[in-house]
Design a protein around this ligand. Sequence first.
Ligand SMILES: NC(=O)c1ccc[n+]([C@@H]2O[C@H](COP(=O)([O-])OP(=O)(O)OC[C@H]3O[C@@H](n4cnc5c(N)ncnc54)[C@H](OP(=O)(O)O)[C@@H]3O)[C@@H](O)[C@H]2O)c1
Length: 286
Amino acid sequence: MKNRVVLITGATGGIGKAVAIALAKQNFTVIIHGRDKEKTLKVRDEIITITGNTDIDILVADIFLLSNVHGMVYDFKQKYKRLDVLINNAGGIMGKSREITTEGLEKTMAVNLFAPYLLTGLLLDLLKESDDGRVINVSSSSHRLNAKPDFTDMQLDKNYNPLIAYGNAKLFLIWVTMHLQAKLDRQGIDNVMVNVMHPGAVKTNFGVDSNLGSMLNFISKLARPFFRTAEKGAETLVYLATTNGLPAKGSYYVDRKVAVVSAKYHSPLNEKIVWDYCNAITGLNL
Ligand SMILES: NC(=O)c1ccc[n+]([C@@H]2O[C@H](COP(=O)([O-])OP(=O)(O)OC[C@H]3O[C@@H](n4cnc5c(N)ncnc54)[C@H](OP(=O)(O)O)[C@@H]3O)[C@@H](O)[C@H]2O)c1
């Protein structure tokens, strides 16, 4: 039997690296994505040494830019004709001042929502080549705590706040996960499923370099020692990537169980607005 192929974004550290190691130990062919070539190569070598699995490959792209997402998909398709598991893990919270990419997109939305949306859309054809294709999106409980969407100001042009931007992006990522699964179901595609998860509060590089303002910086420093390890944070990803007969698809998982998504801002109309917006921004027509 052929090894299952997994692509993990943001696998140069934290949760992404931990899930890469865990899946390499289970004989997956693991493609780790990073934005810095040297760092990504170093992590690849480390994973090979730790696991003894030599089927570890790299993809390099700074996915703040959608043009780079296209580039990494091009590179992937040169080598691979099938993808079994896509883990959209790369992401993070930005600083207290609103920043835009050279493509004009707000950075939190670019990396946490538009990039995974585009990557998934561009790789769907290869996921359909799998007997058991899976997409796993990494969201956050911040969707419940911090989201406050304004559908007339999706990228917080007027009222930027880093926590709201992050909460909104992670909320919208949950909605597009549910929407994509419903689309696949309607199209009768039963060999690809999409899920989304929250890893818990994990002691990684998350937020360490983001200047959120003195108060939030102080609180996050105080809380960090109590966070879980990256390996623990990766457990639900490993579960979603490897378990046969998952209890639900198109669902939000926390600690290997289906969890309830905040219903506060959800409606079928709002979900469709976000879906259409992602299509418009990425130029896809999913
Ligand atoms: N840690 C938590 O408590 C927590 C809680 C809920 C959700 N999450 C989510 O979990 C995911 C993983 O975060 P983590 O905690 O493992 O944080 P992390 O240690 O900061 O890792 C983030 C990964 O994403 C990569 N990345 C970030 N921006 C990128 C870009 N523009 N292009 C390419 N790669 C990029 C980073 O690359 P570099 O190594 O180059 O920086 C790194 O590999 C994120 O989606 C985060 O929102 C984390």
